[in-house]
Ligand binder design. Structure first.
Ligand code: 6PG
Length: 243
């Protein structure tokens, strides 16, 4: 197992997003591949990243070679306020020259189990393989206050050993159904960027970074690309409790 981890701390969320966007430019521009497969996270944190990508990198990132995927999606229609796709489409996709056929959204409006199977099939068909698993060039992840990532929540750690590439999960407090990539495909990525900001994430970040016993119950703790690099992009508020 050869994975490496680095932690980059920026003063504020906007600086975190600028650091991520800059690294995305470098990663994509340096890539010689005709297709660069990137999976986005949901939630609110990526919103500032989307606006930085549009404002600063609309004309420099090779959008025509980028294929966008999602690490997870809420089981709602694509025009629902909760939809990760809707957020990305409104704030990023509709403002950059990325071909429509390069957008691989999870169809939250479909029956969950059927869509999890379909999406896994699309990943399998379109991505290169490493170790008999599809390889994403980059997966961007967020982390919830409870230490969840993608839509793998505490108590759902078996999703890191799940044979399928995608699975249906349930949000523990809202009961909302989600479709999520599972640990095997997440941890097979070449690069993973964890974007975590805000003091409400500081406790979990400290548990993970300080290697505390309780961290083992946190899905975010179990993200480590076997043959890739994990970079934590966090702000000072989220880093405040790291000893
Ligand atoms: C989702 C995400 C989820 C998110 C974290 C952090 O669909 O909600 O993929 O894993 O990244 O919950 O969310 P915030 O960025 O809103 O704090």
């Amino acid at each position: 197992m050869t994975h490496s981890t680095e932690v980059r701390i920026s003063p504020k969320p906007k600086k975190v997003c600028k650091a991520v966007a800059k690294e995305m430019l470098k990663l994509t521009r340096d890539s010689l591949q005709p297709r660069i497969n990137i999976a986005l996270s949901g939630g609110k944190t990526p919103e500032k990243l989307f606006s930085v990508l549009v404002e600063k990198y609309r004309d420099t990132i090779p959008w025509d070679r980028i294929h966008l995927w999602w690490g997870d999606e809420r089981c709602v229609p694509p025009d629902d306020e909760d939809s990760n796709y809707k957020n990305a489409n409104e704030l990023l996709i509709s403002h950059v020259p990325i071909p429509p056929e390069n957008i691989h959204r999870i169809r939250g409006e479909e029956p969950p189990e059927k869509e999890a199977t379909r999406y896994a099939g699309e990943i399998e068909k379109r991505l290169n393989q490493r170790g008999h698993q599809p390889v994403f060039d980059l997966i961007i992840l967020g982390m919830g206050e409870d230490g969840h990532t993608a839509s793998i929540f505490p108590g759902q750690l078996p999703l890191f050993e799940e044979k399928r590439l995608c699975a249906v999960s349930v949000h523990p407090s809202t009961g909302q159904k989600r479709i999520t990539m599972t640990g095997r495909v997440l941890n097979n990525a070449s690069r993973i960027f964890f974007m975590v900001t805000g003091e409400n994430k500081a406790l979990r970040i400290s548990e993970i970074m300080n290697g505390e016993e309780v961290a083992k119950g946190l899905p975010a703790f179990h993200i480590h690309p076997e043959n890739g690099m994990l970079t934590w992009y966090i702000d000072e508020a989220a880093a405040a409790k790291i000893s």
